[in-house]
Design a protein around this ligand. Structure first.
Ligand code: HXC
Ligand code: NAP
Length: 296
């Protein structure tokens, strides 16, 4: 058994239909692949239809599952309603939603224009609540249960410099997750979130870790592997395993939870003395002596 292997039982998602926003690339694509392998039908949506179509073809061939590409800008509520209508027309209903679409880039906040701030908040927060609202209204009207999974980040609760619009938006999505977990539980709608640490994807790496453009010392300082106690980045299958569990009926009593999957990164950043990791073992005798001496 290895963490890069699929975890759930065969057919664990048989008969379900999920919408995955931003499902054409990166983590959305990896989650979609696994949902299909487990028997779900998946609607993947984003702005770029050609990318979605390529992914749909690839994943349908690879898994034998049913995957429908639908162009939809999550910022636009009427496009979201159309995407939902197409889903219902094609598959009969939607059972779950993964709010995965996002926009992000690093920048000092004072360099941002108001539009730059808006574009991120609109994709991440407005996009998530647009999809949540459209599906929630439909589920409630049809007296049908539903499952929502929001992909946030660990800085949704700590905040982070240089990605302030994303931090504000993800914090909003976290509040949405917890609020609706309580309010909509009476309708059989569960809301959970995953807070991933660094998982290599082209979309995130080109906008957040542009190593070639940074001085080597800075590149080293923000290099995720050097910051993560487990000394590696995440594997897509690990995240897909967790997402499939949270979207499946196996997690029927899990509601309002945010599962961190980051190798211990954010806690290491928060811990006062985590930096002592760099002290070589042979120095500890000397340090202990000094500390005991002072204490005495
Ligand atoms: C400052 C910038 C900028 C930058 C864009 N803008 N890039 N400002 N620094 N690097 C400004 C523009 O000048 C413009 O404002 C406004 O933002 C909108 O830019 P557009 O290019 O017109 O927007 P659009 O074409 O809609 O593209 C949206 C985008 C783009 C967010 C800028 O990067 C995108 O499409 N991203 C989608 C995928 C993505 O971001 N994936 C990464 C998710 S990773 P003005 O005022 O000049 O018109 C993630 C992980 C987090 O979230 C955790 C990791 C550990
Ligand atoms: P990604 O491949 O760039 O995925 C982002 C997706 O969002 C793209 O498919 C993009 O497609 C879509 N999108 C952007 N704007 C949209 C809009 N207005 N409407 C609909 N779709 C839109 O990046 P990723 O790394 O896989 O990120 C996936 C999720 O994981 C995001 O929520 C991100 O914040 C989160 N996350 C990632 C990491 C990481 O290390 N990778 C860490 C923490 C959290 P189009 O361009 O075609 O629209």
């Amino acid at each position: 058994m290895h963490y890069t292997q699929p975890m759930l039982k065969e057919n664990a998602l048989q008969g379900k239909t999920f919408i995955v926003t931003g499902g054409g690339t990166g983590l959305g694509k990896s989650m979609t692949r696994y949902f299909l392998q487990l028997g779900a039908n998946v609607v993947i949506s984003s702005r770029k239809l050609d990318v979605l179509e390529g992914t749909a073809k690839e994943l349908a061939e690879e898994t034998g599952g049913k995957v429908l590409p639908v162009a939809c800008d999550v910022r636009n509520y009427s496009e979201v309603e159309k995407m939902l209508a197409t889903t219902v027309e094609t598959f009969g209903s939607a059972d779950g939603l993964v709010n995965n679409a996002a926009g992000n880039f690093i920048s000092p906040t004072e360099r941002l224009s108001p539009k730059a701030f808006d574009v991120i908040v609109d994709i991440v927060l407005r996009g998530s609540y647009n999809c949540t609202l459209a599906l929630g209204k439909d589920w409630i009207a049809k007296k049908q249960p539903g499952t929502i999974l929001n992909i946030v980040t660990t800085y949704a609760w700590t905040g982070s410099g240089y990605v302030v619009p994303s931090a504000c938006a993800k914090a909003g999505v976290l509040a949405l997750t917890r609020s609706l977990a309580v309010e909509w539980a009476k309708y059989g709608i569960r809301s959970n979130a995953i807070a991933p640490g660094p998982f290599p994807t082209e979309g995130a790496w080109q906008r957040l870790f542009p190593k070639e453009a940074l001085p080597p010392a800075v590149a080293q300082k923000i290099d995720p592997i050097s910051r993560i106690p487990l000394k590696r980045t995440g594997e897509h299958q690990e995240l897909a395993n967790l997402a499939a569990y949270l979207m499946s009926d196996f997690s029927a009593f899990v509601n309002g939870e945010v599962v961190t999957i980051d190798g211990g990164e954010w806690l290491a950043g928060a811990g006062e003395f985590s930096g002592l990791d760099v002290v070589p073992d042979e120095m500890w005798n000397q340090i202990e002596k000094a500390v005991r001496g002072k204490a005495g």
